[in-house]
Design a protein around this ligand. Structure first.
Ligand code: KG4
Ligand code: ZN
Length: 363
């Protein structure tokens, strides 16, 4: 790379419409010139989850406004952009199609190169955008839609070490919150309630601990909370605030234990290059108890621990622009036949995961 590259990125694979501009300098850190995210929480609130059709329509309506805003905030026009990057999957297909069509329109109108980016690659490369983390590094993606360990060895080289075989942890936090009458999103509500709870009162399972490797399961844990709740309700005809706090604390510590132990196993599959780094991304990375456990496991392995700022851990378009800019050093652009993919495993050598979360395919 002989001169700075300025990429416009678009993201619309779930319930956030986003556009961003990122500049990659030949020998300096990447710079986020703008990052606009328009959420859709209000549109889906009444339905208890993301409604794909509503999401797709909202993306189609908002994408061009987000692009305009991103350009204005970066003090640029389209002519100052070198390439257009867009999430081409995995995700809710209507939303991904909206983004890909918008990006194709921009590329066709301006003659700029077009890059289709895997959404998970965007998350997985974020620690290089924020902290310039050297390859190879270990990545734990934990959100409402994703949960997997990746060994990241290059902008296009990902080895999937394991992941959830059913629910993503954020999905489990949200469902458990609903079960014990806490508000949505469930993660922050459970974390708060757990502070005054006794994590030892309920003995919840740690699923798949007896199985080797880094695969995880969270749906049985949710069922165990349901049974414990029902037993408490039956015993005293209702749930006290203390019951609620104890259930939240017991559930949270079970998730923490599973993630910590599976992270130890992921370290065993991470070649002993120095320096070693564990990175985390996704909304669940906001959880203090989970962060603390991951930091402790990193210390045990003499590894650095990197958690990008939350706005870049959750869905955004800066990660898509940055991933495309990094990948553009090693790959050719896509043409206008680029298609949207509901499923797109990062590591093609691994069998596809079953099931799809409320926020789209788990890939
Ligand atoms: O990455 P994200 O914003 O969206 C996608 O999943 O795409 O993650 C949202 C998820 C929700 O399920 C939410 O409950 C969870 O992250 N979350 C948390 C916390 N904050 C957000 N989970 C546990 N503890 C938290 N403090
Ligand atoms: Zn995501």
């Amino acid at each position: 790379m002989s001169r700075p590259l300025t990429f416009l990125g678009l993201e619309s694979s779930c319930d956030d419409t986003a556009a961003a501009i990122v500049r990659l300098a030949p020998n300096g850190p990447a710079q986020i010139l703008s990052s606009v995210v328009a959420g859709q929480t209000d549109l889906h609130a009444a339905f208890g989850g993301v409604v794909p059709e509503i999401a797709a329509r909202a993306h189609a309506e908002k994408l061009d406004h987000c692009v305009e805003q991103a350009l204005t905030q970066a003090n640029l026009t389209l002519s100052g952009v070198d390439a257009i990057a867009v999430t081409a999957g995995p995700g809710l297909i209507g939303g991904v199609v909206s983004g890909v069509m918008c990006a194709k329109g921009l590329a066709a109108a301006t003659g700029k190169p077009l890059y289709g980016v895997n959404h998970l690659a965007g998350h997985a490369l974020t620690p290089r955008l924020t902290d310039d983390v050297p390859y190879p590094y270990l990545m734990l993606l934990v959100s409402g839609g994703h949960c997997q360990f990746l060994l990241v060895s290059g902008p296009d080289t990902f080895k999937r070490l394991g992941g959830t075989i059913d629910d993503a942890p954020g999905e489990a936090f949200d469902k458990v919150a609903r079960l014990i009458a806490l508000p949505q999103p469930g993660g922050p509500a459970i974390e708060q309630a757990a502070k005054s709870g006794d994590p030892r009162r309920f003995a919840f399972p740690r699923p798949l601990m007896d199985r080797p490797g880094c695969d995880m399961s969270f749906s049985g844990l949710k069922t165990a909370v349901l049974r414990a709740r029902d037993a408490a309700v039956a015993a005293q005809s209702g749930l006290t605030l203390q019951d609620q706090a104890d259930l939240a604390a017991g559930f949270q510590v079970a998730v923490v234990d599973v993630l910590a132990e599976k992270t130890r196993r992921a370290f065993a599959l991470y070649p002993a290059a120095a320096p070693r780094t564990l990175c985390v991304a996704g909304g669940v990375a906001a959880n203090g108890a989970i962060r603390l456990a991951l930091e402790t496991v990193s210390r045990e392995h003499e590894a650095n621990f990197v958690a990008p700022p939350l706005a870049l851990c959750t869905d955004n378009a800066a990660m898509i622009a940055f991933a495309a800019a990094e990948q553009s050093q090693h790959r050719t652009p896509d043409d206008l036949s680029l298609s949207a993919r509901p499923r797109w495993p990062l590591d093609q050598s691994q069998p596809a995961m079953l099931g799809s979360g409320k926020k789209g395919a788990k890939a």
